[in-house]
Design a protein around this ligand. Structure first.
Ligand SMILES: [Zn+2]
Ligand SMILES: [Zn+2]
Length: 372
């Protein structure tokens, strides 16, 4: 069979660890480029054959594993036996049906009409800082298009049913074939009569006028996981609008907004608290009260603490959304403040301190500017 031993992954331009989706994507791109129906260069046929063979092997988990283990020798016999060569495919459109047409594989059974899915909905939910960190449950209430009770969503008068669309014979799509410079191009578009659904309603339901849906109020309890943050969305599948005439439902996206905390700042799982202390407290040590999400906590500031010292309260941050039990830290940033206004007594004491330390103070400072 193949005389050239080109690596199949290399042929498709993917990594050895590529996922099935990546392999499929790579093949689709190359097929668009090299399929002889669109590419008239003499090398195209041979090139497409190689690409196609590589795809046949790598898209089959069992054969891919044999190839990974034994190389070409592990799969060549089987490739011939399965007859999965270039000839296996029909025209250009058949290949694309295999990817886009759902049920229609390379074998080519007709595509069935599909009901349209319903729209996704968005609900904006505001949480307090505490609720976002700790997690909570919230009741959300919204209006949504749900299945019509009169016709159970079919859109047809009770006692009647939707029938196959006569325009597309229930396929939901119409095809037109064009001859172009690049060969035969098949254009597939949704049927204009049934809008791709494949079925039409002859006697529409009076309640929903044939749409199969009516608007209603719905309320849902939504579990908010601990650690959720501003801008996150919670997706609730099937809780959006239902599609017309029993079309599948869309999703409800709950978009989360978090109110800021008065004194704590948040960055992901980490919390930050700025603790202002005086020069005397920094020099002599003190105890401060730090607000945490679990209540106030006393924190010791050691004697001789320098400005911009960071103390860490481990595990007092925000829970990780995906790692159960894991929590970030609360960082206490010590902000040593130099007093800008001193009482007479305070100034005397500081001057006495400076004298004791042998430091030059006053002159050119605050006192002079104020004309004291
Ligand atoms: Zn139709
Ligand atoms: Zn109805």
């Amino acid at each position: 069979m193949a005389t050239t031993e080109r690596d199949l992954y290399e042929l498709l331009g993917v990594e050895r660890g590529a996922t099935d989706a990546e392999i499929k994507r790579a093949f689709r791109k190359l097929a668009q480029q090299w399929h002889p129906d669109v590419n008239t260069e003499p090398v195209a046929q041979e090139r497409f054959k190689e690409i196609n063979e590589a795809y046949q092997i790598l898209s089959d988990p069992e054969r891919r594993q044999r190839y990974d283990t034994f190389g070409r020798a592990g799969v060549d016999g089987a490739a011939g036996g399965a007859g999965a060569g270039f000839e296996g495919f029909g025209g250009f459109s058949d290949i694309f049906d295999a990817f886009f047409g759902g049920a229609a594989a390379a074998g080519g059974s007709a595509r069935r009409g599909r009901p349209q899915p319903g729209a996704d909905l968005r609900y904006d939910l505001r949480l307090t800082f505490q609720e976002a960190v700790k997690g909570t449950e919230k009741e959300v209430e919204f209006r949504v298009l749900g299945r019509c009770d009169t016709c159970s969503g079919s859109g047809a008068k009770p006692g009647t049913e939707a029938v196959a669309c006569p325009h597309c014979q229930g396929r939901g799509e119409v095809r037109s074939v064009r001859q172009t410079m690049l060969g035969q191009m098949v254009n597939v578009s949704p049927c204009p009569r049934c809008h791709g659904e494949g079925r039409i309603v002859e006697g529409p339901c009076d309640t929903c006028k044939g749409d199969g849906r009516t608007e209603r109020k719905r309320s849902l309890r939504v579990t908010i996981p601990a650690g959720i943050d501003e801008g996150h969305q919670i997706r609730l599948t099937n809780e959006g609008e239902v599609g017309p005439r029993r079309g599948p439902a869309g999703s409800l996206y709950v978009a989360v907004h978090v109110s800021p905390h008065a004194t704590l700042k948040r960055d992901g799982t980490e919390l930050y608290y700025e603790a202002p202390i005086s020069i005397a407290q920094a020099a002599l040590g003190t105890k401060i009260t730090v607000p945490t999400v679990d209540g106030d906590e006393e924190v010791e500031i050691k004697a001789g603490t320098q400005p911009d010292t960071e103390l860490r309260l481990r595990g007092k941050g925000v829970p990780h959304l995906r790692r159960a039990g894991a929590r970030g830290d609360l960082h206490v940033l010590v902000d040593v403040r130099v007093p800008t206004r001193l009482s007479k007594k305070q100034r005397e004491l500081l001057e006495a301190y400076a004298k004791e330390a042998g430091e030059e103070v006053g002159g050119g400072g605050l006192r002079e500017k104020l004309g004291l």
